[in-house]
Design a protein. Structure first.
Length: 137
């Protein structure tokens, strides 16, 4: 599969309610249509992780890939995504001044408890017809 040009790819946990909510949040605040999405466990998600040497067992919630440039995981991914969001949410990237170890500690606490707190689905929900073009398959 050829990746879309000039797009950033967000890989996410397809069965996590928190992750699904985060993807919907990003879509609503992506006025320049910069992001496309795929489940971490999808064929394309697995391929993108393998190409970058990212261990799926160590990354279980969100990865941001900027093709031919870089990738980000955990809190770095969330803060990098926030830079492109509309409204006040773009200011969240200023939290990157906090030490990465601290940010990732908080991120991991939330990620490790996301199913217990927010629940999970049996399978990744299908995008709405208007969102279909934003999801890689």
């Amino acid at each position: 599969m050829e990746l879309p040009k000039n797009k950033q790819i967000v890989l996410f946990d397809g069965i996590c309610n928190l992750c699904h909510g985060a993807i919907q949040f990003i879509i609503k605040r992506d006025p320049k249509n910069r992001f496309v999405f795929a489940s971490l466990d999808s064929e394309i998600g697995q391929k993108l992780l393998a190409e970058r040497g990212i261990d799926r067992d160590k990354v279980d919630s969100i990865v941001l890939i900027i093709p031919d440039d870089a990738y980000f995981i955990k809190s770095d991914a969330a803060l990098e995504i926030s830079k492109s969001l509309s409204g006040i949410y773009s200011a969240l990237h200023y939290l990157s001044f906090l030490p990465q170890n601290f940010r990732d500690f908080i991120y991991d606490r939330i990620a490790n408890n996301r199913y217990r707190i927010f629940g999970k689905k049996e399978e990744c929900p299908l995008p709405t017809p208007s969102q279909k073009e934003k999801f890689l398959s």
